[in-house]
Design a protein around this ligand. Structure first.
Ligand code: RIB
Length: 301
């Protein structure tokens, strides 16, 4: 079984700020740092650092070659990433506030230049039983999902960032749906209340997509799982957050590596919760993602 993550690669420009800039406001930031990022790249790196053999597919411009280096150093196969001459690498402008929160402005760049020909060439290297991991930062997702499903690949969808394009996807082909509470609310067409039981929300999502196992992350309220036959609940691990960027991506990569590697759902959820807790204590996206050895050696609870 091989894992293919077909997704974005971004240059993250992260600005440290006292508070998020408001409408009409001009704000002096305290620091600017540049990191490797993109939900796709982050999830590939998390999968690889969790011990899963992973291939990344996507596109960058010539200004983003260092992103390939970061993927390779984590052990990710980058032979399915195209380097384009005529377009810039995607980037993100990230404000990172004092309490560790962030807000993100995206520029799609090369992430929006995926062609069906590239998708065909990439998918031809995979077969039934292999796993495809997707987010919502590249174009041609409906085509990629449909073709991968025809090949018998298992499809993991993290519909992030959530927008109307998600509803145009062949969602019935999804085997694993990984969402946070905001995305869950948008999919269910109602607000998910903070006091609501996460397992009830996961059950409602599973009812909506009966073929999919649902993993719902709830921030400091932990995470819940429902695949129709099993349910599981995991508490969040308490840490002092300095930067929450890529915490969700870290959770996704470690959770998938846990279950695809043969562990139980509960073990995978605990591993993922610990990995993402470590990630929020470090600055940046990809560089904040720990290795499996670091997660296992970590003493946090
Ligand atoms: O999930 C975090 C990521 O979202 C960042 O690395 C940024 O590039 C955006 O894609």
């Amino acid at each position: 079984m091989k894992v293919l993550c077909f997704g974005s690669l971004n240059i993250d420009y992260t600005y440290r700020v006292d508070h998020f800039v408001g409408k009409g406001e001009t704000l002096l930031s305290q620091e600017l740092r540049t990191f490797s990022g993109g939900k796709g790249l982050n999830q590939s790196i998390a999968l690889a650092r969790a011990g899963m053999e992973t291939c990344h597919a996507g596109a960058i411009g010539e200004d983003g070659l260092f992103l390939l280096q970061e993927l390779r150093e984590a052990g990710v196969d980058t032979s399915c990433v195209d380097v384009r001459k005529d377009v810039r690498t995607g980037h993100a402008i990230i404000q990172n506030s004092r309490d560790g929160d962030n807000c993100i402005l995206l520029y799609g760049g090369a992430n929006q230049s995926i062609t069906t020909a590239q998708a065909d060439a990439v998918l031809s290297r995979f077969r039934a039983g292999d796993v495809l991991v997707l987010q919502n930062e590249i174009n041609e997702l409906p085509y990629i999902m449909t073709e991968a499903h025809h090949r018998g690949m298992k499809i993991v969808l993290n519909p992030s960032p959530m927008n109307e394009k998600i509803f145009a996807l062949p969602l019935e082909t999804v085997d694993y749906l990984l969402v946070n509470e905001v995305e869950a609310g948008q999919i269910l067409g109602r607000e998910v209340d903070k006091g609501e039981d996460g397992l009830a929300v996961a059950a409602a999502l599973h009812e909506r997509f009966p073929a999919a196992a649902v993993l719902l992350t709830l921030g400091e309220r932990g995470s819940c799982y429902d695949d129709g036959t099993r349910t599981a609940r995991q508490c969040a691990v308490r840490v002092r957050a300095v930067d929450t960027t890529a915490a969700g991506d870290t959770y996704t990569g470690f959770f998938l590596a846990g279950i695809l590697g043969g562990g139980s759902v509960s073990e995978a959820m605990e591993l993922a919760a610990r990995a993402s807790a470590i990630a929020v204590t470090r600055r940046g996206a990809a560089p904040s993602i720990p290795t499996r050895a670091e997660v296992l050696a970590w003493e946090g609870k």
